[in-house]
Design a protein around this ligand. Structure first.
Ligand code: TXA
Ligand code: MG
Length: 340
């Protein structure tokens, strides 16, 4: 199959909606990352998502809606807490786990009786969802185990000739995936930190618990033996945490350079000059959390493309978007250095 890449004009969005209604696969921008969409009510179309991504069938998908008013099409009951979250954060990077309607195929939810749902805050995504007029199941549009795509080029790199169409709407503004919330338990649980900070969720529902990021657990990493081929970034990633993280990163850099390795760093702007002088291949993430989140995945892909053997990164703190950034770096890491 030849994958078309089209700019996200109104005509091409209408064409993409037809592809979705016809059972095809369309990659499209959301405010977080690019999604790989299929009609969520068409089991054969949903099965094609898993095939294209090489994603295990045990990993459930997020259903995207154009409007919260359509929630009843996929979810059965919406509690007052869920209602408050919907009203506060949709459209936006918050995904709710809700009891599913029987018409949502088991493929979408990996057999669970709950379904994850969100209304994305991106003009192209909203126009596409409205034109398709069906709920759209969409995981991130990357090959399983790789870094989520934040540009149409990233999607092309991973999925060309496996999907029908890529709508190019430019780089995605948030850069990390949505916050996944289960408000059916008390206290409310954040299953995945993301684009809506935990503090903002707490302002609506009270104190929350956050499921701990597991080291090396990106999308249920099958086994360490598969790291080299099934993991993103391709290079080894060492994540330095704690009060001495900056110093620890410099030590890791010097040690690796002395061993003759080519080292890339996902660097805060304030560290960039020192790291370049020391001999690292530097990707500048910016100097605030929004910028770091927006550029994190692009940075991993860029450093891989530079052919580095090792990528270093340091923690940016656990507040606001920092929690999602920390979660993704922890999952991507082959080694975590924790300093006292
Ligand atoms: O920002 C995003 O959420 C992006 C864009 C495309 O919307 N999508 C995304 O999808 O990140 P994916 O498939 O890469 O991640 C889906 C997450 C996984 O962590 C999955 O376990 C969780 O949502 N999830 C889906 N259905 C669930 C359910 N019924 N219960 C609990 N977690 C669920
Ligand atoms: Mg994903």
């Amino acid at each position: 199959m030849t994958t078309r890449v089209l700019p996200a004009t109104p005509e091409n969005i209408a064409l993409a909606a037809d592809v979705l209604r016809g059972g095809g696969l369309v990659a499209f921008p959301t405010e977080t990352v690019y999604g790989l969409g299929a009609n969520a009510l068409d089991p054969a179309a949903v099965a094609r998502i898993f095939a294209a991504k090489e994603r295990p069938a045990t990993d459930p998908l997020i259903v995207h809606l154009s409007d919260a008013d359509r929630l009843h099409q996929v979810a059965r009951a919406v509690s007052p807490l869920d209602r408050a979250l919907v009203e506060t954060f949709w459209p936006g990077p918050l995904t709710l786990v809700l009891p599913k309607q029987p018409q949502v195929p088991a493929q979408v939810t990996a057999g669970l009786d709950t379904v994850a749902v969100r209304v994305p805050d991106h003009p192209v995504a909203l126009a596409l969802l409205a034109a398709a007029a069906v709920p759209v199941a969409a995981p991130s549009a990357n090959r399983f185990g790789r870094t989520s795509p934040t540009t149409a080029q990233h999607v092309w790199h991973d999925l060309h000739d496996r999907i029908d169409l890529i709508l190019d709407g430019g780089p995605t503004p948030v850069g990390v995936e949505s916050t996944v919330v289960d408000a059916s338990v008390s206290p409310v649980r954040i299953l995945r930190p993301g684009g809506i900070p935990a503090e903002m969720v707490e302002a609506v529902v009270g104190p929350v618990t956050v499921v701990e990021s597991r080291f090396g657990d990106e999308e249920g990493l099958p086994s360490p033996g598969l790291l080299k081929t099934h993991y993103a970034p391709q290079a080894e990633l060492v994540f330095c945490q704690g009060p001495g993280a900056r110093r620890a990163l410099l030590v890791e850099l010097e040690t690796a350079l002395q061993a003759g390795r080519r080292v890339g760093v996902l660097a805060l702007d304030e560290d960039a000059a020192v790291l370049e002088q020391a001999g690292a291949v530097v990707y500048r993430l910016g100097d605030d959390l929004k910028s770091v989140a927006r550029h994190l995945y692009a940075g991993m892909r860029w450093l891989d493309a530079q052919g580095v053997d090792l990528i270093l990164a340091r923690d940016v703190g656990g507040s606001g978007l920092g929690l999602a950034i920390r979660d993704r770096l922890t999952r991507a890491a082959t080694r975590v250095v924790t300093t006292a």
